[in-house]
Design a protein around this ligand. Structure first.
Ligand code: HEM
Length: 413
């Protein structure tokens, strides 16, 4: 079994060999359970809706790593892979709480507003069509749809949101890969980080000199009565958009394509116009959430949650994969482990809940609802180039990413 339970602790598989089974085991372990993460680090996981909603709105569970005893007392290995997800000095939306976080949310609200995002709609369409055109030449051979399509669109859309030229979208993507996937040493990490900082500082300077109709300019102009975002905070917000908004959206697109191809009877409902693409996006977010486990919140005092006590100084993660299997929220029939576009009961919380709920959800939904129908209109016979069971997960307990999504776009010659 990929994910053994010993003395009430669930050991998460760093290679993510069987995500489906892992979600069920976490779900069965109760609303809040002990988990062992790669490197022998232990934490709590919240795995059901009700307990997750309580945790995500509890002001005693905070993002600041200063409250994590294991970290402060040197019990976390220096090269622990998940350390890069925990900012040492939290100055951005994801890493702050309370009044500091409320201030940042308020000052950035307009930049993320549905109105601003809606203005991008025609460009998202154009960018999608451009990527599909580029796929035509290799349409008769197997290709990796993740790399050639799903990985490209979200970063291009973020580039548009930032207000940078299309020619720079590839640079942003390369930096992302370097920063999140290809870093081999702490020194390389710091160098890449410094390069990115310089890039963002240059962007801020350029937008200050020549404002545009974009998120960067909106952030620079945010606030009144003497309270504005500092350049550091603008940079932090731009960085967090990539960290929180790129790979998650890549996963949404890949997971939706995979789910539709694996469930032709459900896909028929879409083709026959009996359900919309919005249902495809929402059921994918529930069935196969882009983030498996969101790390971490730390207890500033003892917290009772789901019948367990999270002691002051302990860490808790939000297990969106397991939460999506919650029978209390989604019922037994259809079983939460089935992809069902006509599902009526329950609402997923794959965009989070409470003060940190995702401000990019409108954009992510819009991308899914534009890109997926355009992809299948262009390539109606699109199919997997391997069996579904052969698809492998990227070895991460945080992101729910496929390593590759090999497809044939035009299988019939
Ligand atoms: C399907 C795609 C996406 C998913 C599943 C997703 C999921 C999430 C989740 C679960 C959180 C809450 C984290 C927490 O509680 O600590 C979050 C926060 C955030 N997301 Fe998204 N996200 C997606 C796309 C995006 C996009 C496209 C953007 C930006 C354009 C974005 C920007 C952010 C930001 C800035 C935060 C931090 C908010 C805060 O902490 O106050 N996300 N996202």
């Amino acid at each position: 079994m990929s994910c053994p339970v010993q003395h009430g602790t669930v050991t998460l598989d760093p290679y993510v060999k069987d995500l489906r089974a892992e979600r069920e085991i976490l779900h069965a372990a109760g609303p809040v359970t002990r988990v062992e993460l790669p490197g022998g680090v232990t934490a709590w996981a919240v795995t059901r809706h009700e307990a997750a909603r309580a945790a995500l709105t509890d002001p005693r569970l905070v993002k600041d790593v200063a409250h994590w005893d294991d970290f402060q007392q040197g019990r976390i290995p220096e090269a622990w892979p998940l350390l890069s997800t925990i900012p040492p000095t939290p100055t951005n939306l994801l890493g702050t709480d309370g009044a500091e976080h409320r201030r940042l949310r308020l000052l950035t609200a307009k930049a993320f507003s549905a109105r601003r995002v809606e203005r991008l709609r025609p460009r998202v369409r154009e960018l999608t069509v451009g990527l599909l055109d580029a796929l035509e030449a290799g349409a008769h051979e197997p290709l990796d749809l993740k790399n050639e399509f799903a990985f490209k669109l979200p970063m291009s859309v973020i580039g548009e949101l930032y207000g940078v030229e299309e020619a720079e979208h590839g640079y942003l993507r390369d930096m992302y890969v370097k920063f999140f996937s290809a870093v081999t040493s702490p020194r390389e990490f710091m160098e890449t980080y410094a390069t990115l900082e310089r890039y963002y500082d240059g962007m801020i300077e350029a937008k200050r000199a020549e404002p545009g109709d974009d998120l960067t300019t909106e952030l620079l102009n945010a606030g009144e009565d003497g309270d504005a975002l500092s350049d550091l905070e603008v940079r932090g917000t731009l960085q967090v958009v990539v960290a929180a908004g790129h790979e998650t959206t890549v996963n949404l697109l890949c997971n939706a394509v995979r789910a539709l191809l694996a469930h032709p009877e459900q896909f028929d409902l879409v083709k026959e116009g009996r359900v919309g693409w919005d249902a495809v996006v929402e059921e994918t977010l529930r069935f196969d959430p882009p983030t498996s486990n969101m790390v971490f919140r730390f207890a500033t005092e003892d917290v009772e949650l789901g019948g367990r006590t999270i002691r002051k100084g302990e860490a808790l993660m939000t297990s969106y994969g397991a939460i999506s299997r919650d029978r209390d929220e989604h019922g037994e029939e259809p079983h939460p482990d089935t992809f069902d576009l006509t599902r009526e009961r329950g609402h997923h919380i794959s965009f989070g809940y409470g003060p940190h709920v995702c401000p990019g959800s409108h954009l992510a939904r819009m991308e899914g609802q534009i890109a997926l129908p355009l992809l299948f209109e262009r390539f109606p016979d699109l199919r997997l180039a391997v069996a579904d069971e052969e698809l492998e997960n990227h070895p991460s307990i945080v992101v729910n990413s496929l390593k590759e999504l090999p497809v044939l776009l035009r299988p019939q010659g």
